[in-house]
Design a protein around this ligand. Structure first.
Ligand code: SPV
Ligand code: MG
Length: 433
């Protein structure tokens, strides 16, 4: 009887590296591919462009492959125990990645029924990550960018969003990367903050910068990035105006809009009750949500309701009543805000909301309660975390310090250590040369 060989793949963009592994596997016996579902890929921080069925059809039609089954988790355990294959074949590139723990598990399971792991030499020049990086250089379509946020929410433990107030800060969100414990970390998308967009235009955060000006900033960001963007629409204005905002945002490929349940002259929430702020009635705000939902054309766009009850000290019960009313009105997500350093009220809200609603995405903006990590938010049941103002807050002190230094020293020599090297800025944006 032919030996059984198990190969686990995401196979989103099938390339020569995959074929090499499958060819080697087929020389050992009949190949069963365990195709990672979107959820399983999400555990590895990967969001496939193609859905499960499309990826399955491609693999099923390869001569090296006998059968394709679903692998529902990043761990191979369930499928290996079910199939008891003679071999598992994998590229040897997984040793130093976030897959290392699954490799150890595979080795341990295989040893229990005398099977073997065969690792195929990995070709540095061909891999999915590189192809995806090349693809992002080519840009993205309006629709693919817009639809990506929902895909990310579905497949990632938590979606990490960072503020961008111009194209350059957008490029930071696009390209910043870190590796921790073998896991490659990056931001999933951008936040167009009313606070930082207004501030960088030298205007107060009181809805004084009009939508057209806000959209101009976003267009500039979109010209050089591919990641999805969530738009801070403040109160959303009058329901009749919000309708047009939704259409404009959808048209340029924004993925979601967040509107806050306040009325009158908008003031930044982080002032709390130090300034006069009025919360809208549940009826009015629910009406605005419904008008927005009716105006939207695509099913991918999201309208997220931001609850200001904790900011305005109206209490937890008020926050929860509003959250359920807004869900009833048709919102696609709830953002709960707080300006306390202590995260207790956020934790309590998330727990109580999740007791009754397991599925609606929850968004938090931990500017004040900044001791909580993204992993901790994910465990609580939060879906999106927005770092709402940090790029601008990081840039401004550096610029002010250099401006003062030039004044005081009557030359720029002393300011140089606080500036990027000329050579580096010339090389920062490809094509400058
Ligand atoms: C923003 O970034 O503009 C926000 C979040 O609305 S906050 O400043 O915390 O209100
Ligand atoms: Mg704002």
């Amino acid at each position: 009887m032919a030996k059984k060989v198990y190969v686990s793949l995401i196979a989103d963009l099938l390339h020569a590296g995959h074929i090499n592994v499958l060819k080697k596997a087929s020389e050992l016996g009949e190949v069963v591919v365990g195709l990672l579902t979107e959820d399983a890929a999400g555990e590895l921080n990967d969001v496939p462009y193609l859905d499960f069925n499309n990826r399955k059809i491609v693999l099923e039609n390869l001569s090296f492959v006998s059968e394709v089954i679903a692998q529902n988790e990043a761990s191979y355990k369930k499928n290996l125990e079910l199939l008891k294959p003679d071999f598992v074949v994998h590229g040897d590139d997984w040793i130093n990645t976030n897959q290392a723990k699954y490799r150890d598990e595979v080795i341990q399971i295989l040893s229990s029924f005398d099977a073997k792991l065969i690792e195929v030499a990995y070709d540095e020049d061909i891999n999915s990550l590189k192809i995806k990086e090349e693809m992002t250089k080519l840009g993205i379509t309006t629709h693919a960018r817009q639809a990506r946020l929902r895909k990310l929410i579905k497949s990632q433990k938590i979606v990490k969003i960072l503020e961008a107030h111009n194209a350059l800060s957008g490029l930071i969100v696009e390209n910043a990367k870190e590796t921790k414990d073998g896991e490659q970390l990056c931001f999933d998308g951008m936040w167009s903050s009313s606070l930082t967009d207004s501030t960088s235009k030298g205007k107060p955060d009181i809805e004084a910068v009009d939508t057209t000006a806000r959209l101009t900033t976003i267009n500039e960001i979109f010209e050089v990035t591919t990641k999805p963007l969530i738009y801070d629409a403040d109160t959303g204005g009058k329901a009749e105006h919000f309708e047009f905002t939704v259409r404009s945002l959808e048209r340029i490929g924004v993925s979601a809009v967040i509107i806050e349940d306040k009325t009158g002259l908008k003031k930044n929430s982080l002032f709390g009750n130090d300034v006069e702020q009025t919360q809208d009635t549940v009826e009015n705000f629910s009406h605005k949500i419904k008008v927005g939902k009716q105006a939207q054309i695509t099913s991918d766009f999201m309208i997220i309701a931001r609850i200001e009850s904790l900011i305005l000290e109206a209490g937890m019960d008020d926050a929860l009543v509003r959250a359920f009313a807004y869900v009833e009105a048709g919102v696609d997500g709830i953002m709960i805000h707080s300006r306390l350093k202590d995260p207790s009220e956020i934790i309590e809200f998330v727990q109580k909301f999740r007791e009754q609603n397991k599925s609606i995405p929850i968004v938090v903006v931990p500017t004040s309660f900044n001791s909580v990590t993204t992993d901790e938010f994910a465990k609580m049941g939060v879906n999106i975390v927005i770092y709402a103002n940090h790029m601008l807050r990081a840039a401004y002190p550096g610029m002010m310090q250099v401006a003062k230094s030039i004044l005081k020293n009557k030359r720029s020599l002393e300011a140089e250590p606080n500036c990027m090297k000329i050579k580096d800025i010339l090389e920062l944006i490809p094509g400058t040369k």
